[in-house]
Design a protein around this ligand. Structure first.
Ligand code: SF4
Length: 134
């Protein structure tokens, strides 16, 4: 069954409206959403190719942790615990300003807010930057 599914482009914070072309549950293409107030039927080249990463064989579908120099697929619980333990160790040994947090244009304003809050309130550093400045 073919259908068009409205969504929002996830490549940057502009938030352009798109229509995914879906055939039998598989996303095949991306079209601009003409009625969306942000992009009014226009997309940049990244937006036109938004569907490609969903089905890419290169896409990571589970977290990985490097143990003894090799990457191992782990559960989200294990990956988050690993990251928390390593962050605590670095902060204990070198202080909170030894940690930096890089936010992203590919996440929402709310998620970026939470990221800087995490850096300042949980880690205790003002070392926060954003990929748009890189
Ligand atoms: S289509 Fe381009 S400008 Fe619009 S949200 Fe996606 S990446 Fe950003």
């Amino acid at each position: 069954m073919y259908k068009l599914v409205p969504s929002v482009c996830s490549y940057c914070g502009t938030g352009c409206g798109v229509l995914f072309e879906v055939l039998d549950g598989r996303i095949l293409g991306t079209l601009p959403l003409k009625t969306h107030p942000v992009n009014e039927g226009k997309l940049c080249i990244k937006g036109w190719n938004l569907h490609e990463y969903v089905n890419s064989f290169m896409r990571l579908q589970a977290p990985r942790v490097r143990i003894n120099g090799r990457l191992h697929q782990v559960t989200w619980d294990r990956a988050i615990q690993f990251a928390a333990d390593r962050l605590k160790k670095v902060i204990a040994e070198h202080g909170p300003d030894s940690v930096g947090v890089l936010a992203s244009a590919k996440i929402t304003n709310e998620e970026n807010y939470l990221l800087q809050k995490f850096a300042r309130a949980a880690v205790g550093t003002n070392n926060v930057d954003h990929c748009a400045r890189l």
